[in-house]
Ligand binder design. Structure first.
Ligand SMILES: N[C@@H](CCC[C@H](N)C(=O)O)C(=O)O
Length: 287
């Protein structure tokens, strides 16, 4: 059986996108992992499957699989690629689209310049809901933010890493660094990703504040390693930076693969993510 896919990216975060409406897409975690492999498969950070939603007034359901084969709750860059995909495949004419994801519904808008804005819903700031185990930890407060000490490698006790814990539907641990290019993303990233205090594992963000409206960001993603950009990671970082009093909305996020714009009006409000989505090529493989 031949399976068709589209290779896409959003600011360098790359995807294999599958039309699950006109072909049956049901792979095992091992098969997803093999497809994502950059040597033995096609190569991607995430795989996205577009399906019909069964919910009233919701246009599609979209499922997300990390490169390690695990299904996850959300993907901000993927959501933009998804909108471009359903338009290019003529699956819908509307530019404002409602989509069911694992934990809720999001609204997306295809802008006239081809970029996509995603209403990412309100961030979850209650650490235990992220989920993050706060047992025996003493938090610090900075402006409106709660900061948690996290023992990472040899950084323990007074040298523990101070993190903001934010869920954008998926879990994020964000820290501020002075120089993102020198930050220990590849060494501390995997330790934070699988830290025992995060029972569902976590995406580890390293943010350098440039000024009130600009940050540089690198994210070591759960289940995918460091990617060239992470949409939910950008939202979580900006939320953390605004709560800590360092940033003011809107914020331009410079990732290694491109630029994202994030707006947030504050606690209880939706975060809006705007950025590019690009189709690279179409392909097919035999299963
Ligand atoms: N690249 C994504 C996030 C994908 C999921 C993430 N790795 C997780 O496991 O939560 C984005 O653009 O948001």
């Amino acid at each position: 059986m031949k399976i068709k896919f589209t290779k896409m990216h959003g600011a360098g975060n790359d995807f294999l996108v599958f039309n699950g409406i006109h072909q049956q897409i049901a792979f095992t975690p091992e098969q997803w992992k093999k497809l994502a492999d950059r040597r033995f498969g096609v190569g991607a950070d995430q795989m996205l499957v577009v399906e019909r939603s069964t919910l009233p007034e919701v246009d599609f359901r979209y499922r997300i699989f990390n490169a390690d084969g695990g299904e996850v709750e959300h993907c901000g860059n993927g959501a933009r690629a998804f909108v471009k995909f359903v338009h290019e495949k003529k699956l819908i004419k509307k530019t404002r689209i409602k989509v069911e994801i694992m934990k809720g519904i999001i609204e997306l808008n295809l802008e006239t310049d081809g970029s996509v804005t995603v209403d990412m819903n309100a961030p979850i700031l209650d650490a235990t809901q992220v989920p993050f185990d706060t047992t025996d930890l003493v938090s610090k407060t900075e402006a409106q933010a709660t900061l948690w000490p996290l023992n990472v490698g040899k950084k323990t006790g007074k040298s523990a890493v101070l993190i903001s814990v934010v869920s954008m539907g998926n879990p994020h641990a964000v820290q501020i660094v002075t120089d993102v290019d020198a930050a220990p993303v590849l060494t501390d990233g995997p330790l934070i990703e699988c830290h025992p205090r995060f029972p569902h594992h976590v995406n580890a963000g390293f943010m350098q504040i440039i000024d009130q409206h600009n940050i540089k960001l690198r994210v070591f993603e759960r289940g995918a390693g460091e990617t060239l950009a992470c949409g939910t990671g950008a939202c979580a970082a900006v939320v953390a930076g605004i709560l800590r009093g360092h940033l003011t909305s809107p914020v331009q996020v410079t990732a290694r693969g491109g630029e994202l714009t994030i707006s947030w009006a504050g606690v209880g409000q939706s975060v809006f993510l705007t950025g590019p989505a690009v189709t690279v090529f179409e392909g097919e493989f035999n299963l």
